[in-house]
Design a protein around this ligand. Sequence first.
Ligand SMILES: Cc1cc2nc3c(=O)[nH]c(=O)nc-3n(C[C@H](O)[C@H](O)[C@H](O)COP(=O)(O)OP(=O)(O)OC[C@H]3O[C@@H](n4cnc5c(N)ncnc54)[C@H](O)[C@@H]3O)c2cc1C
Length: 319
Amino acid sequence: MRVAVVGAGITGAAAAWALARDGHDVRVLEQFELDHDRGSSHGRSRIFRLAYTEPHWVELAREALAAWRALERETGEALLELDGLLELAPSESDSSRETLDACGVAWEAADPARYGVAGPEGWSALVQPDAGIVRADEARRVFLRGIPVQTGARVESLDDVDADVVVVAAGPWARKLLARAGVELAVTETRETIAYFRHEPGIAAVVDRDATGHLRYALRDHVHGLKAGTHMSGRAADPDEPGGANEETVRAIADWVAERFPGIDPEPVAAEPCFYTRTADESFVLERHGRIVVASPCSGHGFKFAPVVGRRVADLAIL
Ligand SMILES: Cc1cc2nc3c(=O)[nH]c(=O)nc-3n(C[C@H](O)[C@H](O)[C@H](O)COP(=O)(O)OP(=O)(O)OC[C@H]3O[C@@H](n4cnc5c(N)ncnc54)[C@H](O)[C@@H]3O)c2cc1C
């Protein structure tokens, strides 16, 4: 089958990889250059974690872990750095303990100070060892190895794409592109902000979930040391409109870093925007409409699932 994949972010890359392994004639169409920073997949790292409070995400993450490991074995590339995630939550019931137990996933109670982190008095603190970071840029490059990618190729109409199946992995551009083909995608695009801080290597990832479920996070970055953000704090935006990091959000992130990481300089050394393509319940949209396969897994947590999503997309393409 001739399959065209629109978008060379992590979703399009992982889908192209799975489709090529199934023996299809795959090509990727990307509107910008590879490694551009205008969508959702740019950057050196993303959190990989099993620690979710909903069992279906834990199970999917577990499947993804096996798939990342298989990819590493097959390509000889180290893509995961899993030396643990520290999860802080106001109480045990706000934490992922119960869900991890129900799913049979190992975790231990932790002293945050051991990791240079200040956990508020009385909060639950746990370490989940099968967690850390995915080397994001490397992962995209590995998935695209050997796949023909046409850059500077913006698809304006899916009708113009010459292929048996068209996978739309267009991130925050997907809704408008699909609408022109009569396919509705119920998502909102928001421009989020992350900031970088100078930090000596510590635990790979820290997630702080407050009583309202609001998530702040920090993870290893191989250039500056620490990357931090506050989940779902961005405003609705058009990815074709210019826009940078939000100053107010950078300050909020810096305040959280100052509180949680008392040993480091809370002055950010860099900040950048990144798009979320959100569904109402943070689920992913993977569905088929005629020859179009929609692949929209984001809501700010889709990277870690890429090899599983790629596989699901390839399965949808052959139905
Ligand atoms: C700040 C931030 C932090 C995150 N942290 C984590 C994390 O720690 N862990 C985690 O698991 N996930 C995380 N995520 C989520 C994860 O990064 C996304 O789920 C993932 O990158 C989505 O990738 P994508 O390929 O679907 O979209 P994109 O990366 O946006 O890729 C879409 C591609 O399609 C191209 N394109 C669009 N329209 C067209 C067109 N018409 N023609 C040709 N090409 C087109 C675009 O140029 C782009 O390259 C985070 C996201 C952000 C923004």
